[in-house]
Design a protein around this ligand. Structure first.
Ligand SMILES: Cc1cc2nc3c(=O)[nH]c(=O)nc-3n(C[C@H](O)[C@H](O)[C@H](O)COP(=O)(O)OP(=O)(O)OC[C@H]3O[C@@H](n4cnc5c(N)ncnc54)[C@H](O)[C@@H]3O)c2cc1C
Length: 302
């Protein structure tokens, strides 16, 4: 059975860039991905120089095409279900949903994050088209428009409202049935931001493009887009199963070069740390982890 220098779980920008660097360093790589990247719902991605306004699927296609220049990198469309140390304790065994096995010396975990959204009916229809979670990614397109910020916790309300205010001052903040402190409410209202604490009953619009937001009392407000504050979770417990250590709030303990606290286990992109989230940061992180993998292999084998 082929022994890979490295199995990379996840072909988002982190895993793709890690593959590119390792391919160019002549390492055997299995890059495994199941197409569940959280940005797949969005129409266009912004803020990656030379790629501003690119479709997420086009970004991935270009990257996979470039990887074909490096035959030691193989791409597999599969779902990884388990990663464990083999009994010899030197190699890892990666199992997929189809019961395929990949054996590797090193692992890069680059499986991204999943999101839990505020419980607003039909939000999925609008998410990625006119409602987003990152103003740096999509604020420009919504500048100066009547917007809504949906955030259910005090901290999220404060953070997102303050940020989005930079792109539009025509703002409604909806807490979707949750209370916020009088202090925060006053702070927002002082800036003419309307605060609505009743639950959202319905989002009105066409083809994912928001036109109005209706609240439980049937109050209806014209809004053409907005931002939500999701909760973020790692999509699996591979890092825990492999014994990686965590700091508070689930942040992985890393050495700044993608090395986790477990020998031969590396991590890159949002999988290691929720924020800040951007394609270019994840790609850079993947590059960093690949340098660490290659440096370690070089030192071990020279
Ligand atoms: C709606 C939306 C819009 C966004 N817009 C922008 C933007 O305009 N600009 C920008 O810079 N950023 C944007 N982002 C953020 C950006 O998508 C992330 O920062 C970036 O994709 C993180 O890269 P990553 O490689 O860490 O993870 P991801 O891109 O999420 O990649 C992780 C990969 O791992 C794979 N995976 C997960 N589990 C498994 C498994 N068990 N087996 C196999 N494969 C697995 C997934 O299929 C996925 O492809 C947006 C995000 C969202 C949700």
């Amino acid at each position: 059975m082929e022994i890979f220098d490295c199995v990379i779980v996840g072909a988002g920008p982190a895993g793709l860039n890690a593959s590119l660097v390792l391919g160019r360093a002549r390492r055997n790589v299995a890059l495994i991905d199941n197409g569940t990247n959280r940005n797949r719902v969005t129409q266009l991605s912004h803020g990656f120089v030379t790629r501003d306004g690119i479709k997420p699927e086009e970004f991935k296609d270009i990257a996979l095409e470039e990887l074909k220049n490096y035959p030691s990198v193989q791409f597999f469309q599969e779902t990884v279900t388990q990663i464990q140390k083999r009994s010899d304790q030197t190699l890892f065994q990666v199992r997929t949903q189809d019961e395929k096995l990949y054996i590797a010396e090193k692992i890069i975990l680059a499986a991204g994050l999943t999101e839990v959204h505020p419980s607003v009916p039909d939000l999925k229809t609008f998410y990625g088209k006119s409602i987003f979670s990152c103003p740096y990614c999509d604020g420009w397109e919504l500048r100066d428009q009547p917007l809504i910020v949906v955030a259910e916790q005090e901290k999220g309300v404060h953070h997102m409202a303050k940020l989005v205010y930079n792109w539009s001052r025509d703002l409604v903040v909806a807490t979707n049935g949750n209370q916020i402190s009088a202090h925060l409410k006053n702070e927002l209202e002082y800036r003419n931001i309307v605060v609505v604490t009743e639950p959202i009953k319905k989002l009105h619009g066409e083809d994912g493009y928001l036109q109005a937001v209706e609240f439980a009392s049937e109050l209806k407000m014209k809004r053409i887009g907005g931002f939500i504050v999701p909760e973020f979770h790692r999509p699996n417990s591979f890092a825990e199963q492999l014994g990686c250590e965590f700091k508070e709030k689930g942040v992985m303990v890393m050495d700044g070069l993608g090395r986790t606290t477990q020998k031969n286990v590396y991590s890159a992109g949002e999988f290691s740390q929720v924020s800040p989230s951007a394609l270019i940061l994840a790609a850079a992180d993947g590059s960093n982890a690949a340098f660490a993998v290659n440096a370690d292999i070089t030192n071990e084998r020279f």
